[in-house]
Design a protein around this ligand. Sequence first.
Ligand code: FAD
Length: 471
Amino acid sequence: MSIGNANVLDELVAIVGRGNVLTRREEQQAYVVDWRDRYHGRALAVVRPQSTEEVARVVRACAAAGVPIVPQGGNTGMCGGATPDDSAREVVLTLTRMNRLRAIDVDNATITVEAGMPLATVQASAAAHGLHFPLSLGSEGSCTIGGNLSTNAGGTAVLRFGNARDLVLGLEVVLADGRVLDALRGLRKDNTGYDLKHLFVGSEGTLGIVTAAVLKLFPAPHVQATAFAGVADVSAAVRLLRDLKQALSDRLVGFELISRFALDLCRRHHPSLPDPVPGHPWYALIQANDSAAQSTLAADLERALLSAAERGLVQDAAVAQSAEQAARMWALRDNISESQRREGPNVKHDIALPVSAIPAFIAEGATRIEQAFPGARLVVFGHLGDGNLHYNVAAPAGTDARAFLANTPAINRIVHDLVSAAGGSISAEHGIGQLKRAELRHYKGAVEIEVMERIKAALDPQGLLNPGKVL
Ligand SMILES: Cc1cc2nc3c(=O)[nH]c(=O)nc-3n(C[C@H](O)[C@H](O)[C@H](O)COP(=O)(O)OP(=O)(O)OC[C@H]3O[C@@H](n4cnc5c(N)ncnc54)[C@H](O)[C@@H]3O)c2cc1C
């Protein structure tokens, strides 16, 4: 360790206390490896501040010493954005001790929380006041609201409520020089110049460190209805989506697509989960909620599914008869990523397309992947309601999954070229991190990249905030 490093470590200890500066390899382990186990780093220290003031002082100390900072929330990100490099020069700044509820304003329908609050706790805090925070992800028990905002997380209710970006009204951010940008306003209208908070949303810790947020709340759902429908193909799922939007309007909250292959994979690792309507190539998992106490929601959903079945769009469907049945249907969807992780590595894509372009993309993608990599297995699922698919390519059965990863560049080119040709995006909700930096440069226009670089240079001239991520 150099003298400079020793000095900055002493300063960090003085700010957050010795117990919150982790320097030993064993105590850093949980913070230097990503959820997918693809990136392994080594940090100068993992620092755990518990207030905005402490974050600001840590950032000032690091800036003075030229030490890069990797902000981290729940470390559930899919693109290695929260993992340090292996130089042992970077400080991981984890926000998980900053997890307090600062305020809830029922009449304004807003909640103000610190960045390290787990998403599930934000939801529960809203529910305790008869309100609803609709962001919902499979990782919600572990991911933090700061991480959700920094990745502009999507999840299963974007169809109705939008992404994390649509749910934030105000932010508090520690800038690269340690000053605090206080934009913690709970306003739905505020046209006083540039809307700075949106620079930080989705910036993956490269422009500033989010320390607190004001979030929008909604009326709590009074009645909920969940259904699992078997469909013959993806075109039928898209038409069913259109019909359900018409029938249920904004009571339709989520519409997930799951291939039979993805469902089987999930059930192989979670054999106690149900197979609600066996024997179909594709499934739609449908969630509808109504905040009105006198609601005909369940009957309306059943009627719409029946009508879709009469017109051949739905082959068979099961409507959950209890909250427990609904939760088990959702568990089939929520456990796909984790089941895939247990199967071994695969080439992941998180893509967005116009919903109308998805059937042709799936058909063409399957043909091209099979031509190039015979026997490769496609694990396709995702948020069809908002045009976001997780399109993962796994090694042919019985072959070495890790060795198959060598094909990643060629597979990416097939998938991302098709996405780009259809006007889509190579990252719908997971961000860029370190995983997709090269792909970003390949597909984003030169002018867009240049503007991004200028924003980065303006806000982080020393390049110390999450270097090597996004750009
Ligand atoms: C089982 C599972 C299901 C998932 N489902 C979804 C899904 O449906 N939709 C979806 O969008 N994502 C999903 N994810 C991905 C992940 O949960 C999200 O990206 C989440 O928003 C990350 O939050 P986090 O707190 O874990 O952030 P981290 O992983 O710790 O960090 C993610 C990025 O944000 C930065 N960051 C974190 N906190 C801050 C902060 N306070 N200030 C500045 N930068 C910060 C990090 O530097 C990093 O670049 C899923 C993950 C898992 C494991």
